[in-house]
Structure formats: C-alpha cells, structure tokens
Design a protein around this ligand. Sequence first.
Ligand code: AMP
Length: 567
Amino acid sequence: MDYSVLTELYEKLENVPSKLTKTAILVEFLRKVPTSELQKVVLLVQGRVYPSYSEQELGIASQMMMKAISKATGLTVSHVEDKLKRTGDLGLSAEESVKSKKQSTLLKRKLTVDYVFENLRKLSTVTGSGSQDKKLNIISELVVSAKPNEARYIVRTILGDLRVGTAEGIIRDAIAGAFLIDEKSSKEEKENAVNAVENAWSLLNNYGEVAELAKMKGIKGLQKVGIQLGKPLQVMLGIAAENIETVVKDFGEILAEFKYDGMRIVIQKKGDKFWLFTRRQEDVTKQFPDIVEFARKSLKAKECVVEGEALGIDLKTGYPLPFQILSQRAHRKYDIEKMAKEIPVQVNLFDIMYVNGKSLFNEPLKERRKELKKIVNPINGKFQLAKFIITNDVKKIEEFYEDAISNKQEGLMLKVLDSPYVFGRHVETMYKIKPVMENLDLAIIGATWGEGGRVRWLTSYILGCKDPDTGNLLEVGMMSTGLSEDQYDDMTKKLKPLIINEKGRTVYVKPKIIVEVGYQEIQKSPNYNSGYALRFPRFIRERSLDKSEPDTLNRVVSLFRSQGRLG
Ligand code: AMP
C-alpha cells in the first residue's frame, strides 16, 4: 500500500472532530487494508510503530528532527526553527519546508507503508558510534522522498505526536465495526463485539494483533485469547466508594483489605523465568531484582501470574515510604543493587489470574484467593498476602480501616467475593475507601507555556498559599490537570496581563486569580518554599468572584496533619 493512501486517511481524521465520524472513516478504511499489512497499518494509525508496552524507542528529539528536515530540504536549521515557532508543530514545519524545497527531486522514491514502517523501526535499532548520523540519514531520506503532507505525518510519527485524534476507544470500535459487525447487527451483538476486542486487547496490548485476529478468526478467536506469559496486561481498576456502609448494604459479606500506597505490580513466572510489570505495562523486572528473588523463593507454582502492591519500606521506622521514593527505583538504569539496599521493598499480594496452564480470571475472587494462598510461601514482611478480613459487619470493617490508617497505609479496598477479574476496566466490584481531603483555595503565582498543540496557552500553574505572618505567597505545587482547552484559553487570557516577570518558559504573575484545587494528599517537600506539596493537584473552579484570599499555610499544615487520622 502506498503511504499516500494512509496520509489521505490521516488528513480526513485530522479534519473531523466527531468520534463517531472518525470511527466510521476508520471502519471503511480497515476493511480495505490487505491482511498482510493490517498490523502495521493499525499501529501507524495510532501514530506508533511498536505496541505501547514495547521498550523500543525511536529516541529522536526535536533538535535532531530540525537538522534532518534541514538536511532533506536544503533550508537552514534556523529557518526550520522559525517555522516551528510559528506553527508549534514540527510536522507542519516539515510540510512547509518540503513545499519550499530547494533540492532536486532526483533522489525521490515512492513511499510505501512497508518502507516507511521499516525505516521508522530502524531508528530504534541503530546504536553505537555514529548512530546519530545514521538516524539523521534515515529521517532525511524519508523526508526527501515525501510529498509535503507525507512529511508532516512522518515527522509527527517519529516524534510520537500524530495529532489525528485516534484514541484507543476509537480504534477498538473501528476494529469491531470493520470485521465483526455490520448495520444489521443488534445492540447486543455490537456490545459483544466491542467487548471481545477489548478483552483481547487487555491481554495482547497490541491493536495490530487484535485487528488481524478479528479479521481472521472473528469474535470466537478474540474470546479465546488467554494470558500471554512475558507480556504485560491491563489490570483491573476499582472505583471510589461513598462509604463502607453502602458497599456492605449492596453486597453483604465482602473482603476488606489494606489499601497500600505503593506501586501495583504483576508478577509472572514461567519455570525459572520471571517478569514484573507495572500498572502501566512497563517491564520493571531489571529494576527489582529483590522482588524477583522473593518470587523465586516464594511462588510454588511452575507457572503463574499474580498481582500485588509493592511498597518501599523505611529502614528506620519499618513504615511505608511515600510512593515517590519507591518510584525512583522503577526507572533506574544503573546502581540498581545499591538502590535495592537503600529502599527495600515489601510485596503484598492480592490476586492471581493464571496458574499452571489454567486461566483463573473468570473464577470468583474467593476461589482465586484460595489458589493464591496455595501457591504462596510467605516471606514475612517481604513477600506476603495482603492483610484482609471477610465479613458483613460494618463495625469490624471500620476498625480494620482504622488499623490500616494507623499503620500508615492509605485506606481499604472492599472487594466483592464472587466477582471475576476483568482486565483493563474500572469495575463495580472493587471499591476504594480512603480519607477524603478537603479542597484548598490557592493563588496562581506563576505558570509555564505548554508544548505541542498547547504552545499558545499557559498550561501549568504554580500554586501559592499565604504565609499568615508576612502575607507572602508560598509555593505548594504545580497544577496542570482538570482544565478543558477552553479553560486553558480563558486562564491564559486572564494571566497574560498579570505577568510581572519571565524566565525561560515560566512566567510569574500578580496573585490575582484564586482557584479551588483538589488533590490526593499533602506531602512534605523541599521543592517548594512552603515546605509542602500537593500530590496530583487538579483544577476544580476559579474562585475570584466569591473569594479573593488564598488559604493560609496553617490550613495546609493542619490538613497535612489530619491525613494520619480517620477521615
Ligand atoms: P487509586 O490509585 O487510588 O485509584 O487506587 C487503586 C490502586 O490501589 C491500585 O491500582 C493498586 O495499585 C493500589 N492498591 C493498594 N492496595 C490494593 C489492594 N489490596 N487491592 C487492589 N489494589 C490495591
């Protein structure tokens, strides 16, 4: 297939905002793609050449891209950079550059999907000395042969920012629409098809493979997909519960379990081989040799997939360390053994999806727990079953909750005993109970300019609370979520006239705008001059109209202290 056929599709997708129309366009398109190219096309439509879990990276930064565009078009790098400043998008800069190209077209060749795909993959495999030059050549050769709009999408794909709005839900629905259903299908058939696609995707993590399977083997084929040892999977997610009482009223006897504030970890074992995956499907096996060792000693089954929460443990107190400290380990490439000694981990297991050739995810939780208990030889304090009780007594669960909080854990999970394990979904059979934090009113005292499609807006906001003694504003965090595009636009318009100082991409503003901010918790932090930081701050609403004063540091401190108590 010619690459231009794909770019035509990209242009169509980029120009229609509606999800339904995008899906319909994709359905038509996918039906026409030859089977041999389907996997590649489905990856490319998502703007990637490897499935999301893959560790292969193209590793091209914008600086190198500008050089490649310059090399291919004969324009100077600063010329390309000017275009970037104007458009905020290197893809468009490449397109414009190719249009105004000074070089001859002798070197041009017709680009096919195969050729582009293989060359993009090559970018991840060239290593060693001279690899930068080799990468530069690969990209510029592609751009030399590209028509202007092809250059736009090649460059965006390499930079991992395709901008045609093909979110995972759209790809899922399009695969179902193209290969499993038609206009005559009933609502139920449609739902079944979408569920089958989603089920296969949760286990394969690659819509390319899922599409081929859907086309060749239909719904039955997708439903047969089982656990793939060595590949990450999409974990099951819970939802927040109103309170303990409502959950017990709805379900009766339930399993209440400590909710640990650590890192979710899926441990896979096949003989003497082990894999560790995070909730975001990252392979962290190398980063946690200690967990592999525990698993080797403790897991009795020949093959299994179990799940739990890994916690960093404070060597001095024995209490859990804040999540950020453990997460430093997850991305370490060197000094791994040293880090493992400094930040020892504890794994608390709470589920099992597979054992010795048998999938368990359709079994009820109470059966899965029996299996888990059978195959785990606990190593006390290091690799053990999560702490739980099974009861329908609200009072007992409340006491257990207090027990969790006083042990410095996050709260409880309440789980329905006869529920299956549903991959990749928020389910109504697993509830989180944790202290609710009151929102804070804070002043915006600075902001940074966005990137990519958001260059025109200030998109991260420095938040400040008031020092009650001096009246000065003290930083307590940086907020960049919770706003819609319109709200970014509106906020930017309001902040621009308030700018008093600029440093690089950061601006400092008069503290005129007060916002209500939600967050998960407050932590001590040396990074901000208040000494505290909000974890996951998110915009709730602007308060300037009804309130002109930010909260004080005293309130931040008292909320910080109240976290240790029952909320
Ligand atoms: P949250 O991140 O607040 O939405 O809570 C969900 C997360 O809690 C899960 O992704 C797990 O990483 C974590 N968690 C801690 N303890 C448990 C447990 N006992 N069962 C399930 N998830 C748990």
